[in-house]
Design a protein around this ligand. Structure first.
Ligand code: C2E
Ligand code: MG
Ligand code: MG
Length: 693
């Protein structure tokens, strides 16, 4: 996962944990409150019922009406008293002495009891109620049951019974409640979690009873909550640690990535942007897709650098390159994009059009600066040749400008050192250009900048792939992929074609050799065949790549077999004797085709693309093609039609008796990796258009 999104995920995780924790705590608090409340209700009911039970006992203990209360008291009940108010004052049962009589001695208590007696006489003449009053002096107050009773004289008396809390406490303890001492005010009950007001005669609480019990909330707040909080804190802590770790790791990674990016776009020696950065810049400021502002691309090639390197070593060379980079950067100004392309080549992209006068002045200025700032290593002065290309309406994109500047700098170098030139289309035709291309091509063969593309050759009727033609390509550092038509003719004029041709042959055998039984067609030239040791080279390459000779077909164009036809015929014969086949390529494009056919014994004839193109518009073309096919067949040659682009062309050639076809209709030349063939496949039909045709 990407570092940033991981940190975001961790943040989101922390928030989610917090929200869930708060919600859980809220829910727990709410449910425990509910549970606590219902527990309290139950406990209060229990306490009330216990009190009611005691009250009922008290009532049943009272002497029946008319019984001498004092005697009854003596016989029956300790801790009860009878209290009467008569004209003579009040009467307190002597047997209830000790504790209760002490409490009744209190003035306030007597007054309260008198009030209670009067009230009961009024509201309870039948003597059925049991009520509660507080008796005793302040700070020694107790709660007592009171009820109306009648003595033997028919006198109303107040029966008083101290509540004995001992059995009540014992009963409630059985239910897990610890009863607290009676309190006159609710605030006096200190350690209770349940509390009940005990109502007196007037309905107001006369006292309060408190109790303690095990509540679920206590368990939760005392145990679950701390554990939960600790787990939450730990979880958050771990998340924070992870987040910290990841953001540090991410920052480090991003930093490294930026460094790698910067390094990938920087020339390590001079610190200037490198080739890759230059192409990125050109694509940004001068893209192919839209118009871009006026600009000039300068290709700057150091003069004298090679001798410095050769005579004074690489360190001296590196010093010169660094100083030259500084000169270009400072003198061309901040608006210029200066890059090192490689070797002693620099490129500057300027944001305006540079006329020839301005170019010459700039060149003079740069030459002066280089002379002043770059010390002469030995006796070699360092200068610069410049090729310039400015944007016009016709120019393509930035990369096209670079290619033009590249051609211009070669023209400048060819014209003598220390010259600045603006691009002109004629430069492409110049001898200097050809020489430059030849020199570069020599380097390309050495540095493996050449690669091979393969185009399928198919059976005319079925479209089944029977082989491939190897076609060379040149990946130029500035000008991109260069087609063979641009450099083969140059290579053919020198021995370069031998190295190039042998390279393609070897590469094609190596790449196509392991792929099934397909035929391998490779272009060759007379010059290549005539080079000493060619036959041995071919046989050796076949053996090395384990390819049977019968799979190889060498294609020769008519023009390439003009010189020394006798020797050529001999070599062809030797190789044909080994099983290798020969094709005459681009048949009809040359001028002495029939002579060639008779002189050399070709196995295959490839009809030139020009004939196929003219099938549509030249009335005589179909007849010529048909004749060529029948002539070839009568000479025992297989015929391949080249440049087939339409199903109509395919149909015509197939009906004319042409056995094999090649062209964009069946596939363009592509590098081996894009051929889409597994090793050692059974070659089958390429695509449906052929079938449909
Ligand atoms: P060729 O041997 O006749 O190769 C066929 C050329 O026609 C190829 O061009 C191919 O891309 C092109 N072609 C194929 N099908 C079609 C089509 O349907 N329409 C059109 N318009 N063109 C098609 P390419 O690759 O540019 O090669 C040009 C010539 O360069 C070749 O012509 C061949 O003579 C020469 N060449 C290529 N590679 C080598 C090589 O390794 N050695 C030598 N000596 N010559 C080579
Ligand atoms: Mg060919
Ligand atoms: Mg051809």
């Amino acid at each position: 996962m990407h570092g940033r999104s991981l940190v975001r995920t961790l943040d989101a995780g922390a928030i989610i944990i917090m929200v869930i924790a708060v919600a859980t705590l809220g829910l727990m608090a709410w449910t425990t409150r509910l549970i606590d409340h219902s527990a309290f209700e139950n406990e209060a009911t229990l306490v009330r019922q216990s009190l009611t039970g005691l009250a009922a006992d008290f009532r049943s203990d009272l002497p029946p009406p008319g019984v001498n209360g004092d005697g009854w008291l003596a016989r029956n009940v300790q801790g009860h008293a009878l209290f009467s108010v008569s004209a003579a004052g009040r009467f307190v049962a002597s047997r209830a002495a000790s504790r209760i009589s002490g409490l009744l001695a209190d003035e306030g208590t007597a007054a309260r009891l008198e009030q209670a007696l009067k009230a009961l006489e009024r509201i309870d003449p039948a003597g059925e109620r049991v009520d509660l009053v507080r008796i005793g002096p302040p700070r020694d107050e107790n709660i007592a049951f009171v009820a109306l009773t009648r003595d033997g004289l028919g006198q109303n008396r107040l029966a008083i019974g101290l509540i004995d809390f001992a059995p009540l406490t014992a009963t409630l303890e059985g239910f897990g409640l610890q009863l607290q001492p009676v309190a006159a005010q609710p605030g006096d009950i200190l350690h209770a979690n349940g509390r009940l007001g005990i109502d007196g005669l007037d309905g107001d609480p006369v006292a309060y009873l408190g109790w303690r019990s095990e509540r679920i909330s206590r368990t939760i707040t005392g145990l679950v909550l701390p554990v939960l909080a600790a787990a939450l804190a730990l979880g958050l802590f771990v998340l924070m640690l992870l987040r910290r770790y990841w953001s540090q790791a991410r920052d480090g990674f991003m930093g490294e990535l930026r460094q790698v990016e910067a390094l990938a776009h920087t020339d390590p020696l001079t610190g200037l942007p490198n080739r890759r950065a230059l192409f990125d810049h050109l694509q940004t400021v001068a893209p192919a897709t839209r118009s871009f502002p006026p600009m000039t691309v300068l290709m700057l090639d150091l003069d004298g650098f090679k001798s410095v390197n050769d005579q004074h070593g690489h360190q001296a060379g590196d010093r010169v390159l660094k100083l030259a980079a500084e000169v270009f950067s400072t003198e061309l100004g901040a608006s210029a994009f200066v890059a090192r392309l490689g070797g002693d080549e620099f490129v500057a992209v300027l944001p305006d059009i540079l006329g020839d006068g301005a170019l010459q002045r700039l060149h003079y200025h740069l030459q002066q600066s280089l002379r002043q700032r770059v010390p002469m290593e030995g006796l070699v002065p360092i200068g610069v040749s410049i090729g310039a290309a400015s944007s016009t309406q016709e120019t393509g994109d930035g990369e096209d400008l670079l290619k033009m500047a590249d051609l211009a700098v070669y023209a400048a170098k060819a014209a003598g050192r220390g010259v600045a030139m603006t691009y002109h289309p004629d430069m492409k035709r110049d001898i200097a250009y050809r020489r430059m291309l030849e020199r570069e091509l020599r380097g390309a063969i050495l540095t493996q900048a050449l690669f091979v593309a393969y185009q399928p050759i198919v059976r005319a009727l079925s479209g089944e792939v029977i082989g491939y033609e190897a076609l060379v390509r040149w990946q130029h550092p500035v000008r991109g992929v260069i087609p063979p038509a641009d450099f083969i003719p140059i290579a053919e004029k020198s021995d370069l074609i031998i190295g190039l041709g042998n390279f393609v042959l070897d590469r094609a055998l190596a790449e196509l050799g392991p792929r099934g039984e397909c035929r391998i067609s490779v272009n060759a030239t007379g010059r290549q065949l005539l080079a000493p040791g060619f036959s041995d080279f071919v046989m050796d390459a076949l053996a090395r790549h384990r390819v049977v000779p019968g799979r190889l077909c060498l294609e020769l164009t008519e023009t390439s077999i003009i010189s020394d036809p006798d020797s050529l015929a001999t070599i062809m014969k030797t190789l044909q004797g080994q099983g290798i086949r020969f094709a005459i390529d681009d048949f009809g494009a040359g001028y002495s085709s029939l002579t060639h056919l008779l002189r050399f014994k070709f196995d295959v004839l490839k009809i030139d693309r020009g004939f196929i193109e003219s099938l549509d518009d030249k009335p005589e073309a179909p007849m010529i093609v048909t004749s060529v096919v029948s002539l070839a067949r009568s000479l025992g040659m297989q015929v391949v039609g080249e440049g087939i682009e339409t199903p109509a062309q395919q149909r015509f050639l197939a009906s004319a008796g042409c056995g094999a076809l090649q062209g964009y209709l069946f596939g363009r030349p592509v590098p081996i990796g894009q051929l889409g063939l597994a090793e050692d496949p059974k070659l089958t039909t390429l695509d449906s258009p052929v079938q449909a045709a």
